[in-house]
Design a protein around this ligand. Structure first.
Ligand code: GDP
Length: 330
């Protein structure tokens, strides 16, 4: 039997009636690079009802800090509390053929079998903005499908945190005790983004050290400039294998959300995030159009070698190529 493409209405109805199979198919559509898929995906995103009563949490930390173990334990806690959760990832290394840092199937075994959790690994893609935007759109679909707590995981080593920060309400940084920030490869900028730092693996011989790290980070957090919403970043300890400290994390998040809803910062933040994506997507699409333009592709390498050898000034080379683009793009 020939497979029929679902219509926009079938996708929308399926998502709204919380059909996981159709939700997954819709996400595959979002991730697709085929033009007709992209068009349909855009229409779905445009029409899907947007939720403002959900909670979006970004979770980051270096490989080995315990992210997936933490999310498994914390996720089960959230489900116990009545939430339906979606776990999404932004992983720029994710490629169909290359595998990824975050997305293998053996992770979060219990959570992945739980009907109140929906787990979806990162989309693949060449530009970080594109990959991250697909996660953002996936999040919107998950919310429409009734998932009210969204966890977005990323590796704390690069640019992807900034993008995740721009799609979540609350940002959680997981840290190891014992290793300095430098050793953990966590940049000061990422520390600064955190609304909560949780020291992981606070169990067994590690408890004392974790408590010590907690005090150190508490002091360090005061050195950062105050946040516009007045929130003072918190520090907690947790043990995912012993399921300890998960209630602390949840109560910090609840406090943050209620405080920010009250002050209007919650909604304000989501609004300015929309503007961020508007700007980011314009930049990305223009760059894409530019470098895909056949006239640009024909001339770019000779102009580049001219710039490299010093025969063409950088700015003049730019003018030349932009001119070629503008004359050949309409
Ligand atoms: P990720 O790379 O950040 O996702 O880290 P994983 O969740 O895969 O954990 C890395 C390693 O740390 C694994 O060997 C885990 O068993 C271990 N680990 C994770 N959480 C805990 C914890 O709460 N306590 C202890 N002692 N080990 C943990």
């Amino acid at each position: 039997r020939k497979k029929r493409r679902l219509t926009k209405e079938e996708y929308l109805n399926g998502i709204l009636s919380r059909d996981r199979f159709i939700l997954s198919k819709a996400i595959t559509l979002i991730e697709s690079t085929r033009d007709d898929d992209r068009e349909l995906a855009k229409d779905i995103i445009k029409e899907i009802p947007k939720k403002d009563d959900t909670i979006r949490i970004g979770i980051t930390g270096v490989p080995g800090v315990g992210k997936s173990t933490f999310i498994e334990s914390f996720g089960l806690k959230l489900i116990e509390e009545g939430y339906k959760i979606a776990v999404l990832t932004v992983d720029p290394s994710s490629r169909v053929t290359r595998g990824s840092i975050l997305g293998d199937k053996t992770r979060m075994e219990h959570l992945s079998r739980n009907p109140k959790a929906y787990i979806r690994p990162s989309a693949a893609g060449t530009s970080l903005g594109g990959v991250a935007n697909k996660t953002r759109e996936t999040m919107l679909l998950c919310e429409a499908a009734g998932y009210d707590m969204i966890l977005i995981e990323t590796v704390g080593v690069g640019q992807s945190e900034t993008m995740v920060k721009e799609m979540v309400d609350f940002f959680l940084l997981l840290m190891l005790s014992g290793a300095g920030d430098e050793l953990q490869g966590i940049k000061k900028g990422i520390m600064e983004m955190a609304d909560l730092v949780t020291i992981t693996k606070a169990d067994g011989d590690n408890v004392k050290q974790a408590e010590r790290a907690k005090r150190t980070y508490k002091n360090a957090m005061h050195l950062f400039p105050p946040k516009p919403n007045g929130w003072i970043p918190q520090v907690t300890t947790s043990s995912a294998i012993k399921n300890e400290g998960m209630d602390d994390v949840l109560s910090v998040i609840k406090k943050f959300v209620s405080q920010n809803r009250e002050s209007g910062h919650f909604e304000e933040n989501r609004k300015s995030q929309n503007l961020y994506w508007f700007n980011t997507l314009i930049s990305e699409e223009l760059l894409d159009l530019f470098y895909k333009n056949s006239a640009v592709r024909q001339k770019i390498s000779s102009i580049k070698s001219g710039v490299l050898s010093g025969n063409i000034d950088a700015s003049a080379g730019k003018d030349k190529l932009l001119d070629i683009f503008l004359r050949n793009s309409l």
